[in-house]
Design a binder for this molecule. Structure first.
Ligand SMILES: C[S@@+](CC[C@H](N)C(=O)[O-])C[C@H]1O[C@@H](n2cnc3c(N)ncnc32)[C@H](O)[C@@H]1O
Length: 475
C-alpha cells in the first residue's frame, strides 16, 4: 500500500474524509478546449471515456456523469471509506455511466484496462510517496488513448519551499497530537495567530504571513491532509515533465488559462526549451500550484495559438457593462477600447452562463486574439462544447439526477450541470427541483407544486426558467 496506514487497513483519508467538490479545470471540455487551441484533435466530450486516479469519493466525476449520459466514467481510490461514500451517492442518482472501486495506483499500473480519452489525477501526485509518482505517469502512459489528454495537478516548486516553512511550524506545534480533530483545530489556531500582522514586521515576515493566510482559509480537513499529511512533496514542473517523458508522455500546457502562454509562447522552440521557459517563469512567480496537461509523445501541438480553431469553440462571460467602455468583472472594473469587442462582452454578460458559438460572432483574427487574451485574464471562458442541459425544459422536465440526489440527502451546495457549485438553501427551490424527475407534465407539476406548500412563491413556468438559468435542467 502506498499510504501509511493509521488503523489496520485504514488510510488517513478513511479516518478523516477529504472534502469533496468539483473542479472545472479537470473537466474534459476544458482539456479539449486547450488541445484545440494548440491545433490538436481532442476526443469528443459527449462520448468520452474518462478515468480519475485517486478521485476520493468521485464527486468530480459524478458531476460530469450527470451532465453527459453518453460518456463513461471510472474512478478508483485507495480509501475504502471515500469509495463507499461515492458509491452511495451514485446509487442515489441512479446514474449507470459511472463506476468506482477501491484500488491502488501501484496495482492499477499493471492491470487497469484502457483506453481512456481523458485521465485526471487531481491533488494526488504531490501527496504520494516517491515510488508512486512514476507509477502515476506509467499508468497514464499505458491507458491514455492515442488522442487522449491527461490532467495532473500538484503543489509546485518553488512556492512549495515557502509553504514548507509554514508546514514545519505546524508540525512543531501539533506534530505530537494524535487526535485528528484536535490536531486540525490546533493547527488552524496556530495559523490564525501566525497570520496576524505584527508591528515592526520585517518584509520577509510580512511575506511569510501572506503565505500562511490562504492556508488558514482552507477547510480544516483540507488542512489536515494537504498541510499535515505525512506525504507532501511539491514538485518542479521540469521534474514532472521529465517523469512524464519517461512514460511516453509530453507536455501540452497548464489547464489554468492564466498560464496558457506556458504552452503557447508563440515561437517554434522545441519541447525541452518550452518546458525550460515555463520553469523559468515559475521561478519568477514563485508558483505554488500547477495543473499540467499531458499528451502522448509524438503528437505535435502547435506552440502558436491556432486562431482558426477558436471558431469551433464557444465563449461565455459573466461581465457586466457599466458604461460605454467600462466593464465590471468580479470585483474589478476594466476598460475595453474596441467598440465591437465591448458589444460582444455586453451580449455575453446578458446571456451568461449560456455559451455562444464563436463562429456566430463572425470575428476577425485580431478580434479572436483579443478574446484569447481575455480568456487568459479569466474574463471570458472558452468551451469545446455548448452549455450542457437545456434552457427550454421539455414536456416532462427532468432535472440533474445529481442535484436531485443531493436535495434528497439534504446537501446545500448543489453541483450544476456545467460543473459549478451553487448554494441552494431555500426550501421552495429545493422542493421544486425534487419534483423534476421526468415523470410530471406541466399540469401535474402545477398540482404537486401547489400541494408542496410553496406553490404561492412562484409559478411553475417561472420556477422552471430559474432552474434552467442555474443550469440544473437536463431535458
Ligand atoms: C489530497 S486527496 C485528493 C482527492 C481528490 N482527488 C481531490 O482532489 O479532492 C488524495 C487522494 O489520493 C488517494 N490516494 C493516495 N494514494 C493512493 C494510491 N496509491 N492509489 C489510489 N489512490 C491513492 C487518497 O486516498 C486520496 O483520496
Amino acid at each position: 500500500m502506498a499510504e501509511t496506514a493509521t488503523v489496520a487497513g485504514q488510510t488517513r483519508y478513511d479516518a478523516v474524509a477529504y472534502p469533496a467538490t468539483v473542479f472545472s479545470a479537470t473537466h474534459p471540455e476544458r482539456l479539449a478546449t486547450i488541445a484545440r487551441l494548440h491545433g490538436l484533435v481532442a476526443p469528443p466530450v459527449e462520448t468520452a471515456r474518462v478515468l480519475e486516479i485517486g478521485g476520493g469519493d468521485g464527486v468530480n466525476l459524478i458531476g460530469m456523469a450527470a451532465a453527459y449520459p453518453n460518456a463513461t466514467f471510472y474512478n478508483f481510490d485507495l480509501s475504502a471509506a471515500a469509495i463507499a461514500r461515492g458509491a452511495a451517492l451514485i446509487r442515489a442518482t441512479g446514474l449507470t455511466n459511472i463506476r468506482m472501486e477501491v484500488g491502488d495506483i501501484l496495482d492499477a499500473v499493471g492491470s487497469l484496462e484502457g483506453p481512456f480519452d481523458y485521465v485526471i489525477a487531481h491533488g494526488v501526485y504531490a501527496w504520494v510517496p516517491e515510488h508512486v509518482r512514476p507509477a502515476v505517469m506509467q499508468l497514464i502512459g499505458r491507458v491514455l488513448a492515442p488522442e487522449g489528454i491527461a490532467f495532473i495537478s500538484y503543489n509546485a516548486l518553488p512556492g512549495g519551499h515557502l509553504r514548507r516553512v509554514i508546514r514545519d511550524l505546524l508540525f512543531h506545534h501539533v506534530g505530537h497530537i494524535e487526535d485528528p480533530v484536535e490536531k486540525m483545530q490546533r493547527a488552524h489556531d496556530v495559523l490564525l495567530d501566525f497570520g496576524r500582522a505584527r508591528e515592526n514586521d520585517r518584509p520577509v515576515m510580512a511575506g511569510m504571513r501572506e503565505v500562511a493566510r490562504p492556508m488558514m482559509r482552507q477547510q480544516i480537513a483540507v488542512l489536515y491532509h494537504d498541510e499535515l499529511g505525512g506525504e507532501w512533496h511539491p514538485q518542479a514542473l521540469s521534474d514532472v515533465v521529465a517523469t512524464a517523458n519517461a512514460a511516453g508522455l509530453a507536455f501540452l500546457n497548464d489547464a489554468s488559462p492564466a498560464l496558457a502562454y506556458d504552452g503557447l509562447p508563440g515561437n517554434d522552440d522545441d519541447d525541452a526549451a518550452i518546458v525550460r521557459a515555463a520553469q523559468t517563469s515559475d521561478f519568477g512567480s514563485m508558483i505554488f500550484f500547477h495543473q499540467t496537461l499531458l499528451v502522448r509523445a509524438g503528437r505535435r501541438p502547435s506552440r502558436r495559438l491556432v486562431v482558426d480553431a477558436m471558431r469551433s469553440l464557444f465563449v461565455a462571460s459573466s461581465v457586466q457593462r457599466l458604461g460605454p467602455d467600462i466593464f465590471k468583472f468580479e470585483q474589478s472594473d476594466f476598460v475595453v477600447g474596441d467598440a465591437d469587442l465591448a458589444d460582444t462582452l455586453e451580449m455575453l454578460g446578458k446571456v451568461w452562463p449560456r455559451r455562444v458559438p464563436i463562429a456566430d460572432l463572425a470575428a476577425t483574427d485580431d478580434a479572436l486574439e483579443a478574446l484569447f487574451k481575455l480568456w487568459t485574464a479569466e474574463v471570458v471562458t472558452l468551451h469545446a462544447v455548448p452549455l450542457p442541459g437545456t434552457a427550454e425544459p421539455g414536456a416532462r422536465p427532468l432535472a440533474s439526477p445529481l442535484a436531485r440526489a443531493q436535495i434528497a440527502i439534504g446537501q446545500q451546495n448543489i453541483y450544476t450541470l456545467d460543473h459549478r457549485v451553487i448554494a441552494m438553501e431555500a426550501a421552495g427551490p429545493r422542493a421544486f427541483l425534487a419534483l423534476l424527475d421526468g415523470s410530471r407534465d406541466r399540469a401535474q407539476l402545477a398540482t404537486d407544486w401547489a400541494a408542496s406548500g410553496h406553490g404561492d412563491e412562484v409559478d411553475v413556468d417561472a420556477a422552471l426558467r430559474q432552474l434552467a438559468a442555474a443550469v440544473l435542467i437536463l431535458a
